[in-house]
Design a protein around this ligand. Sequence first.
Ligand code: B12
Ligand code: SF4
Length: 641
Amino acid sequence: MELPRRSRGDELLKPGELLDLRRRLRNLARRNDLTTVIACAFDHRTRMLPFTYADTHMVPAGVRAIGSALVDCGLSRTRIVLQQWNPNFAPARMRLDGCVPDIFMVSSMQIHSARCEALVRDACRIDPAHRPLIIAGGPKCIYEPWDMFSVDPLDPWGADVVVTGEEFVLLSLLEVLLSIRARHEPIRSTFIRARNSGLLNDIPGLVYARTQRDGVAEELVDTGIQRLLGDLDELPDPVLGYRLLEPPSRKPTLTARPVPPERVRKLSPIASLVLTAGCKFACPYCPIPAYNQRQHRVKSGQRIATEMARLGREYGLRYFFGADDNFFNDEQRTVEILETLARTEIDGAPIRKRIRWGTEVTVHDTLKLRRQLSLARHAGVRALWLGVEDMTATLVKKGQSVNKTTEAFELLRSHGICPMPMMMHHDAQPLISRGEQPYGLLNQARLLRKAGAVSLQVLMITPATGSKLYAPTFESGMVYASVAGRPVQPHMMDANYVVASEHPQPWKKQLNIIAAYLYFYNPLRFFVALVRPKSKLYLADALMQLVGMRGTVQTVRRTIGWAFRLMRGNIKRNTTVPASRVPMRNPDGGQAAHALPGTPGPQVVQINTVPAATAAPIPRPGSGHARPTGSGGLTSATEPG
Ligand code: B12
Ligand code: SF4
């Protein structure tokens, strides 16, 4: 089920609204010296291909953006703790400047929710007199905010409030709190006053527990879908967030000082940057268009150039990854960004000599922008990740074809840009096929390699929260609840595990993924890559082989046991969608925007869903990665929404 759409014309904030809010908050913050810790939940069991390296060597943009926003508004006593680097961090023991922080925030993806839950639970152990205000946010909370509240009176824990949106929502909440806060009043008490007097109800993008019984939420109030920031130039500078990082350690506590600027590059050599958001396509397995309210949001080329240059100067960062859903989405805006970057000089040299970056695009748009690829190279683009899914369109029919994918890859390669394919394995795809059409997974991996791929991503179809097909996939019984007695846990929803399949021998699917990685990343290919590299950048291909081989070992180690379980059978399936067990409503008592079918409360009308019959097979989320992105000519279903 997709997030509902706000009424037409009311999806975006008014131009300048975020700037004004930031200005107002700066005034309020002067009188409110608050300390904040922002934790990024990370489940280390998810460490495997295709994301080994990027998962720990790139400070996530979400927590960094929240930290930047706080500093920008004058709340500079803030620390960002990444569980990637601080696996034993325990909020109950955190002290900042010698005190329990006023606010504890946590950010999580769906697959890291077990760790997120543990963090919130631990923060709830702090004695009520000192307990910080607990705010949860991030991709998990955007779609499943209700999961941040325990339903077990024997194990009561929960966030005070969940933010289902971006910076504007959080800053609006802080503005309300800081404007009514009494001198020296704990901010959590201020929150409770604001909540009880209905002051939060006019901020779309919040979910909070209105009443509690035995320490657990009795009812959740959902203030609705956020208004989105349209002009991304209004965002606070990402430079600020890098000053707040907790140094890596195995301790549960925090150190006195954050990571010094000169160490940032070593710890996080790749910097993710928000350049654009949204995608014009409307793939039913992808949550991105609905999340973005079918809007395409962009930063200007000038702003991007300034951010890259500043991050380079202050921290020595040279490698950037655009957090785009489809960077080539809009030709005119893309060209504006690329032309500005290509003209930019950093310390007297063209940007391409100082900075290298990559992002995600579609095959379709790559072919459409074929004349701009040289410009992209001049703007510093060195790698593009493309959702190829199944080249033969057996899985998703979007008009893609083997020829178009190959053509896009060869075009990129000829311009010195590494094409990085993202593939989708599914029930109907064999490991190897004979005949003219390359149906097999290995056949396609071979073709992609020939066409210039230096990396490979193969993920199994898995339903994505917030996509049109999410609810029907569960309702159709495709999604496993447990296999041979082992329940499917949140960290296994990363599309590396076969957890949604109708295949009679699903273990074959699990082994096929391993086989594809072994085929692509192996010592033989490493040596060939040294002699005849696919990439124009001499060692890039061989280095990717090394990273890939290491990741393959991790992937095998983590998923082989699951393959054996799948062999044993005894598969139990879900037939209902995971939904809130706590009743939800909007502030007026009507249906909550984030309630999924089955949620107690006012009648949930199923909007934006498709019938269960059309649900299978379900490709993995859009997500920029692991998604069947546009690969060529499009059917009307995937035309701009
Ligand atoms: C870059 C990226 C990655 C990188 C992350 C590297 C890194 N360390 O940063 C890599 C390539 C490793 C990656 C991997 C995966 N990713 Co990814 N990724 C993205 C992508 C494209 C951009 C993320 C980003 O930087 N966004 C920009 C920031 C600013 O946005 P944000 O994180 O959402 O944060 C904003 C709000 O959420 C909110 N917020 C965030 N945290 C908090 C906290 C508080 C307290 C508050 C108030 C607000 C708040 O405010 C922020 C500012 O606007 C997104 C899609 C997207 N466009 O966001 C997917 C996305 C995050 N990935 C997703 C997925 C599923 C995965 C994978 C599981 C892959 C897969 N199988 O598809 C793996 C997991 C790997 C792992 N072990 O963690 C999903 C997550 C879905 C979910 N519901 O959790 C997303 C959302 C794509 C989608 N389907 O829509 N990913
Ligand atoms: S899967 Fe890719 S092309 Fe399709 S809507 Fe999502 S981001 Fe866009």
